[in-house]
Design a protein around this ligand. Structure first.
Ligand code: UN1
Length: 498
């Protein structure tokens, strides 16, 4: 029997406005309970071909709909998401495990994105600029790229999908979307909402399945002009090289190794709150999660003591329960990776101050839970200080100065988010200049990006593009420069200029 809020117990692809059966499927497991929530199709290349054909046909007409009218659909999408926020949030907790309060926050992020991008329907600004010759007009404008392929992760299955699909749609593209197989219900809910909002058939198409089948077919499909991907660094690199060979535009967001810097003049209580929220919220399964704390040596002991004390109050369990602050880990692969890194940390000589083990007993037996874990005496070059763990594990590294803190922060191959706690205004401004990440926080943790600002990072985090913000439009549009000569004669630029 289908779970509450979901009409079906077997999901179907959504192609050209129709729900389509696929032979093979797999179970979606609630990581908090081990129960099956729904079955999700495992599609093959044929489904991708059908989805792209539908998107390609629909795009011709969609591109001709005036952008303010395309935006009307997004306003309605936002309104419906708002109306169904509680129902969607509960389903999100069931398939992903994040606690209900965070699920509500994620759905809200999608609602914000709908209204923000709907507003772009009346902007989509280009420039008008003087031409260098008399009686000549010059402007630049955005044109849709065509069919867009979006590949979204399980950790923010609705918010990230809105960061990518809404700008694509408002700009006149059509979409083929491969959601993560762990969290397909958010795609089902979005499809239902798009339909109810009146999005024409073929503008959004959903194909469920693995990266190796569906993702690969999308990346290699000649009629998909852009791939926007959020996921692991390894997969992102291979997508980039495959797209590179085809000269296909690609936008990548591939995680982080984000740090909170705590200076000797910081409000330590506030820093503790910021660290706990950004390290253990979402069980550390955010690209933006804090996994390093770079602490000034003069406040190291105090910070350690307060963190260990406060960590005792983190309640772990099923995110549908109000009292729970830390939910489960998404799956076995996630658990194994976390366990592996805890062992690496011990072997490297870091000191384990709290946690460090999976939780398998009693109420935790059926789900996948890992204790919030704190290492100290880590050094900047250890693997636990360099590699993304994607779990509730944080390592303290102590430093002697502001300059050293910045250097340690910047010593990783990722560059998504960073944070500094200090009351010194000079350090605040120097830090926001010198921290080499795409997102910088002052006196807050490393998470909590807002949708109207660009989301993404430097170095191994991305390839120069940004999700959300007005910048997302650059991924889904081509710039077109238009010159109108009304002089009635041939005027040669750069030559016929007196
Ligand atoms: C992610 O983890 O990939 O800033 C997205 C944040 C959220 C988005 C996280 N607004 O943590």
């Amino acid at each position: 029997m289908a779970v509450e809020g979901l009409k079906v117990d077997q999901l179907q692809n959504f192609i050209n406005g129709e729900f389509v059966d696929v032979k093979e499927s797999t179970a979606v497991i609630n990581p908090a309970t081990g129960e099956t929530v729904v079955n999700v199709p495992l599609s093959s290349k044929d489904s991708v071909d059908a989805a792209v054909a539908s998107a390609k046909t629909a795009q011709k007409e969609w591109a001709l709909v005036p952008a303010p009218q395309r935006a009307e659909v997004l306003y309605e999408v936002g309104r419906l998401m708002k109306e169904k926020k509680e129902e969607i949030s509960r389903l999100l907790t069931m398939e992903n495990g994040k606690v209900l309060e965070e699920a509500r926050g994620e759905v809200q992020e999608g609602i914000d994105m709908a209204f923000y991008m709907a507003g772009e329907g009346r902007r989509l600004f280009g420039h008008t600029t003087p031409a260098e010759l008399q009686n000549k007009f010059a402007m630049s404008q955005r044109a849709p790229v065509g069919v867009v392929g979006i590949i979204t992760p399980w950790n923010f299955p609705i918010a990230i999908a809105t960061w990518k699909s809404f700008p694509a749609i408002v700009a006149g593209n059509t979409v083929v979307w491969k959601p993560a197989t762990e969290t397909p219900i958010m795609a089902q809910k979005m499809v239902e909402i798009f339909e109810e909002a009146g999005l024409p058939k073929g503008v959004i198409n959903v194909v469920y399945g693995s990266g190796s089948q569906v993702g690969d077919a999308m990346v290699h499909h000649p009629d998909i002009q852009v791939i926007s991907f959020t996921g692991s660094n390894d997969v992102g690199r291979s997508i980039a090289s495959d797209c590179g060979k085809q000269l296909k535009k690609v936008s990548l967001e591939m995680g982080g190794k984000n740090a909170v810097i705590v200076m000797d003049d910081a409000d330590i209580e506030l820093a503790v709150e910021g660290i706990l929220w950004s390290a253990f919220g979402t069980s550390g399964q955010r690209c933006t999660a804090c996994s390093r704390v770079i602490v000034h040596e003069d406040v190291k002991e105090e910070l350690e003591k307060r963190l260990v004390e406060q960590m005792k109050h983190l309640t772990i369990g099923n995110g549908l329960e109000d009292s729970v602050k830390v939910g489960p880990i998404i799956n076995d692969a996630g658990m194994e990776k976390i366990e592996k890194y805890v062992q690496i940390g011990k072997d490297e000589g870091a000191t384990l101050l709290a946690g460090g083990s999976p939780m398998n007993e009693g109420e935790y037996a059926e789900g996948k839970y890992f204790e919030p874990t704190l290492f100290t005496d880590a050094t900047a070059d250890m693997r636990i200080s360099q590699e993304e763990i994607f779990g509730p594990v944080v390592s303290l590294i102590s430093v002697g100065s502001f300059e050293e803190a910045i250097e340690v922060n910047n010593s990783v191959t990722f560059g998504l988010s960073s944070s500094i706690f200090t009351k010194d205004v000079n350090q605040v401004f120097a830090a926001q200049r010198d921290l080499d990440t795409g997102i910088v926080y002052v006196n807050a943790g490393t998470t909590g990006a807002e949708i109207h600002l660009p989301f993404g990072g430097t170095k191994g985090t991305g390839n120069g593009h940004r999700d959300s913000g007005v910048q997302a439009l650059d991924v889904f549009t081509e710039w077109k420069a238009v010159y109108v000569d009304y002089s009635g004669k041939l005027q040669r630029a750069q030559i016929d200029v007196d």
